[in-house]
Write a protein that binds this ligand. Structure first.
Ligand code: FES
Length: 169
């Protein structure tokens, strides 16, 4: 007969197996938890504003397409994504940077390529049109104005942030 404080062979096996199982489960779970919360713990090192390599002095009243790269962190995936903006001075002399992404179905608009409307942005996909200030022409497929980039001017150079909804949207 076993004494009161002794553990049986069955109990010993149970404890050993539970201990080993728990240790293995923790070993598997820790990397998963770390993987899941890693982006939350990461601090954003870079500023949101990107130097698009364009001097203020080079900006004219004619919209110029400027391509630039934005470093994106999407969860655990980091990449450099190419973006573009139409940069120009408006009638008041203010610098404007419009997104070329059409608000209809996302094609890329161009400036002045429709001979019938040389002073407008034109989307070749479904003949969408926008005035120079980015506002969509009524009666054409787009139902909203082009997005406007957040902008900073530092040391005579243009820095762009995220495309935001147009103030007239
Ligand atoms: S995607 Fe531009 S008009 Fe349709």
């Amino acid at each position: 007969m076993a004494k009161k404080n002794e553990i049986s062979r069955r109990q010993f096996l149970n404890y050993t197996l539970m201990g080993t199982g728990g240790f293995m489960a923790a070993g598997m779970l820790m990397p998963m938890v770390r993987f899941a919360i890693d982006p939350i713990l990461k601090t954003e090192a870079a500023s949101d504003m990107v130097d698009i390599d364009m001097k203020v002095d080079d900006i004219t009243t004619e919209p110029q397409m400027k391509k630039f790269k934005v470093h994106q962190v999407d969860g655990w995936y980091e990449s450099d994504v190419e973006q573009a903006a139409f940069v120009f001075k408006n009638d008041k002399g203010d610098i404007v940077a419009l997104s070329p992404v059409c608000k209809h179905l996302g094609c890329t608009v161009d400036w002045g390529t429709n001979p019938a409307y040389p002073d407008e942005f034109f989307c070749p996909c479904h003949a969408g049109r926008y005035y120079k200030d980015g506002v969509n022409v009524e009666g054409t497929p787009p139902l909203a104005p082009l997005d406007v980039y957040e902008m900073d001017i530092k040391d005579g150079k243009v820095f762009l942030g995220k495309p935001m909804p147009h103030p007239k949207a």
